[in-house]
Design a binder for this molecule. Sequence first.
Ligand code: SAH
Length: 284
Amino acid sequence: MQTLTSHRQADPDTSAPGKVWFVGAGPGDPELITVKGRALIERAGAILFAGSLVSEAATRWAPAGCVIVDSKDMTLEQMTAWLIEQAGRCATVVRLQTGDPGLYGALIELVQPLDAAGIAIEVVPGVSSAMASAAAAVESLTLPEVTQTVIFTRVEGRTPMPAGESLEALAGHHSTLCIFLSITLLGRVTAALTAAGWSQDAPIVVVHKASWPGEEKIVRGTVATIQALCREAKIVSQAMIIASPTLGARQWTTLAKSKLYDASFTHRFRRASVPASTLTSGTP
Ligand code: SAH
């Protein structure tokens, strides 16, 4: 457990028992926190942040006098005890998590003891690293007539995968896969894609430290090459693996256009400006 200090001025914060806010800090760039998340940090009496990924946002926006603690060496019980103790002391307690708190963030395990202690909580969503990685690579995770589905998953590590959720089974949909927590198991990822019938030429993008100023790395490869390319780039942590039939579409010369912006398509906000005879489907 590591305590940090901040140089901003503290607002008076007296109305304990307070509320614990689970705030998504975003993927790394401190400017990718939401306006609401930042406002909560600016008035927080105590912040528990999850490791180096989010320390920057915490120290940049927190007021002076705010107790800022890194949870990286704490057990779940120590974390909930700390949050309960701080809620007894100040009005606004922030648990700052990477990306969005609802993805691989132990959110419910932290919330249940607070519920049991009668502490009010609220969750503020954050920009997930999946979205930041797609943005960094200028990729769309969905494309008309290519795939309209995104699966957020991981390969089995110490956390077992529930039945029916093996990567091979999920890859069988041939939709977009955003694979978290799996960069050290990239060989298993490519083996699962191969077993599910993906071609060796199918594109894969790996984004390391998406949105981190000066530290982001984007590696583009295929099922056959991505492992060697990531090894060469020395990417062993904090990386998102995106496998998708949409990858590289920025360079495609033929593209099925979204119906939403089609001149012949009428929807709730706009009437068609050309006859509907060219329409092939009724929904955007
Ligand atoms: N709640 C987080 C995910 C936490 S799990 C979110 O919504 O993004 C941690 C995993 O997220 C890492 O193993 C990595 O796969 C991914 N990750 C987190 N930050 C990342 C970043 N800046 N760039 C790429 N991947 C990242």
